[in-house]
Design a protein around this ligand. Structure first.
Ligand code: PEP
Ligand code: MN
Length: 277
């Protein structure tokens, strides 16, 4: 692919990106938490529940890029402080979205990893700023973007001297309306050919439907994703954003149980192949 230099695979091993104790690219990592930080009680309760179920990292937006300017925009600084409390109480590292280059330095004080959302994938001044922050970055795929455009955006971050970038496939726009987006699972093995950067999948925004999150999570493991990001809320019916797609705490526990079963199965297959060799 033309002009993909720092991100290009070119025979390199998959990079391992460490973020506050969570590790991407070596073992499968699961990020879970609410779409938005709403209250301390909601965030801490959800954080404790996902930690108990085996999550490796807590997510939660303090800055929400919403389609409507009248929708809940996040708690800003107050939300970051709540994330700090939830992280301290559970020991979970934190990933949170940053939407404005002017906010990067102080969001970086609370986050173990900075998230660039789909709507900002090509916000080049933001990409350069997070590239200079020294923090690991999760770069979500633009909802209308090709793999080449996406990798060019990773190149902007890497070019600032920040090697700690992971990619997150979160679905792209198609003519289909039943699902919120169309999850491009072929992106996962395609990216393994093209780049050494770890790739995770967000089945929550990709499908918008709790009933599809489990099956697409299992499929993500099967195509070689390095992790997942899933939205979980302690009381989905009260959620201020993305209420319809949030897993309940019990739904998340069940998902983790099924993932472990699948990973055990795949591990056994690998071992059998090694014995047969
Ligand atoms: C999110 O993860 O909170 C989010 C807003 O996702 P996306 O940018 O993929 O829509
Ligand atoms: Mn969301």
């Amino acid at each position: 692919m033309k002009n993909i230099k720092l991100a290009a695979r070119e025979g390199r091993p998959i990079s391992v990106v460490e973020a506050g104790g969570a590790s991407f690219g070596r073992e499968f990592a699961v990020i879970a938490g609410p779409c938005g930080v709403e209250t301390e009680e909601q965030t801490v309760a959800t954080a404790k529940a996902v930690k108990a179920a085996g999550a490796d990292m807590l997510r939660g937006g303090a800055f929400k890029p919403r389609t409507s300017p009248y929708a809940f925009q996040g708690l800003g600084m107050g939300g970051l402080k709540i994330l700090g409390t939830a992280g301290a109480e559970t020991g979970l590292p934190i990933v949170t979205e940053v939407v404005d280059p002017r906010d990067v330095s102080w969001v970086a004080e609370y986050a173990d990893m900075l998230q660039i959302g789909t709507r900002n994938m090509q916000n080049f001044s933001l990409l350069k700023e997070v590239g200079q922050s020294g923090k690991p970055v999760m770069l979500k795929r633009g909802m209308y973007s090709t793999l080449e455009e996406w990798l060019n955006c990773a190149e902007y971050i890497l070019g600032e001297g920040n090697p700690n970038v992971i990619l997150c496939e979160r679905g792209i726009r198609s003519f289909e309306q039943y699902t919120r987006n169309t999850l491009d699972l072929s992106a996962v093995p395609a990216l393994a050919e093209l780049t050494h950067l770890p790739v995770i999948v967000d089945p929550s925004h990709a499908t918008g439907r709790p009933g599809l999150i489990g099956p697409m999570s299992m499929a993500s493991v099967a195509v070689g994703a390095h992790g997942l990001m899933v939205e979980v809320h302690n009381n989905p019916s009260e959620a201020l954003c993305d209420a319809k797609q949030a897993l309940t705490v019990d739904g998340f526990k069940d998902l983790m149980r099924r993932l472990r079963g699948l990973q055990g199965f795949l591990g056994e297959q690998d071992n059998e192949e090694k014995v047969a060799e």
